[in-house]
Ligand binder design. Structure first.
Ligand SMILES: NC(=O)c1ccc[n+]([C@@H]2O[C@H](COP(=O)([O-])OP(=O)(O)OC[C@H]3O[C@@H](n4cnc5c(N)ncnc54)[C@H](O)[C@@H]3O)[C@@H](O)[C@H]2O)c1
Ligand SMILES: O=C(O)C(=O)C[C@@H](O)[C@H](O)[C@H](O)COP(=O)(O)O
Ligand SMILES: [Zn+2]
Length: 363
């Protein structure tokens, strides 16, 4: 089977940057190293291959690499881990022309991006996502941050990277459940903006869940999802309005993640969150039955959850968590909903009865 062609997607901005996806993409890292440049290489445990590759490329330019391994998954996105990285940067004398590089899934690109955003009020970052979710979503668009005990991503900054680099062969070793979690964000892009993504997945859902089965399909899905995100964040980096569409399903998803103490995969929570909000939109008269059913069908076909069991007893905690969603304004909840395929809009202050009914439909 031939290797998929390399793809580069441009993200517009001040400055803009490229997302490089393809075999050999790591070569692009060399342009970010130079003699004496200090590089904090923040890695997830288990990412030895790409870490060794990145170190080798950077050291080949004369850069001085300071490697740090942080806890896995959401364990990385804490104030304690962040403070530890600040200490390292201080001890190692990082200045404004030095660099932070992240190697790992979305948890690490969020954390390392935030370290870069905050150190000396902002130094460069280059993100090397090694998970599907990381490359299609977390590493692109400049949202960085950590969780707090009160909620998901409550502390953060907009700080676009200088480049995003992903060799898709890195994804081959991912646990299937982690890869499928990333598909939730890919399907989100299909629902909000690019229906071809849905058609590609629906044509052979099993093939879409295994990047080694059809590497060209994997890269096509990645490139399409990145393009959706690039188009949106290029027009509205700071989420004044348009960018909210990338948050489809996330109001409920982040509530589930908090209530479950961050033990749920983000993409799994997003999958349930999209069904919740589709139920809400359907009950509000915006979304037709066929598109509501299509949510459940395509998510189920790739093995994503469409319910969060627990019944009405869960509702008070979920409702309280949703009140801290970033799209809320004062006491008004605001949801991104669809009024058709690739036709996102907003639903403000839905009736509490509708919210409970949507919850009942996914519990
Ligand atoms: N900043 C944004 O715009 C944005 C967008 C979407 C999601 N996110 C955040 O991203 C995070 C989710 O990202 P994620 O799903 O990558 O989670 P993650 O970083 O926790 O990775 C999931 C699991 O996959 C493993 N993994 C990563 N790369 C691997 C590889 N190449 N081989 C084998 N295992 C590998 C990790 O070790 C981890 O156990 C959440 O914190 C979410 O809030 C941020
Ligand atoms: O990039 C965005 O904007 C998104 O909303 C993408 C989401 O998939 C992502 O999970 C993001 O981290 C959520 O952001 P938040 O502002 O709701 O914390
Ligand atoms: Zn997300």
């Amino acid at each position: 089977m031939s290797a998929p062609a390399a793809r580069t997607i441009e993200v517009l901005g001040e400055p803009g940057y490229d997302v490089h996806v393809g075999p050999g993409a790591l070569d692009k890292l060399a342009r970010h190293g130079r003699p004496g440049r200090r590089v904090l290489l923040v890695a997830q445990p288990g990412r030895e291959g790409p870490v060794a590759g990145a170190s080798s490329v950077l050291e080949g330019t004369g850069a001085r690499v300071v490697p740090v391994t942080v806890p896995d998954a959401e364990g990385a996105k804490t104030a304690e881990v962040l403070a530890g990285l600040w200490s390292t940067l201080g001890r190692e004398g990082f200045t404004r022309n030095d660099l932070v590089v992240a190697v790992g899934g979305g948890a690490v690109t969020d954390l390392a991006g935030f370290v870069a955003a905050t150190w000396l009020r902002g130094v460069d970052s280059v993100l090397l996502p090694t998970s599907l979710l990381g490359v299609v979503d977390a590493a692109v668009g400049g949202k960085t941050g950590i969780n707090t005990p009160e909620g998901k991503n409550l502390v953060g900054a907009f700080h676009p990277p200088r480049a995003v680099i992903c060799d898709p062969t890195w994804l081959a070793g991912m646990a299937r459940a982690d890869y499928v979690s990333g598909l939730a964000e890919v399907l989100k892009c299909g629902l909000i903006a690019d229906p071809v993504i849905l058609e590609l997945v629906e044509a052979d859902p099993g093939r879409a869940t295994d990047p080694t089965a059809d590497p060209a399909l994997a890269v096509e899905l990645i490139a399409r999802a990145v393009q959706v995100k690039a188009d949106v964040v290029g027009a509205d980096l700071r989420e004044a309005s348009l960018r909210e569409i990338l948050n489809y399903g996330h109001t409920f998803a982040h509530a589930v993640e908090l209530v479950e103490d961050y033990t749920w995969r983000h993409g799994d929570a997003v999958a349930v969150g999209m069904v919740f909000v589709a139920e809400l939109a359907h009950r509000a008269g915006l979304l037709d039955r066929a598109l509501l059913d299509r949510h459940r069908t395509v998510l189920t076909a790739v093995g994503l959850p469409t319910s969060y069991p627990g019944g009405a007893a869960r509702w008070p905690d979920l409702r309280a968590a949703m009140a801290r969603d970033k799209k809320a304004r004062g006491d008004t909840l605001r949801f991104v909903v669809l009024e058709g395929l690739a036709r996102p809009t907003r639903l403000e202050a839905p009736d509490e009865g509708l919210l409970r009914a949507a919850h009942a439909a996914v519990s």
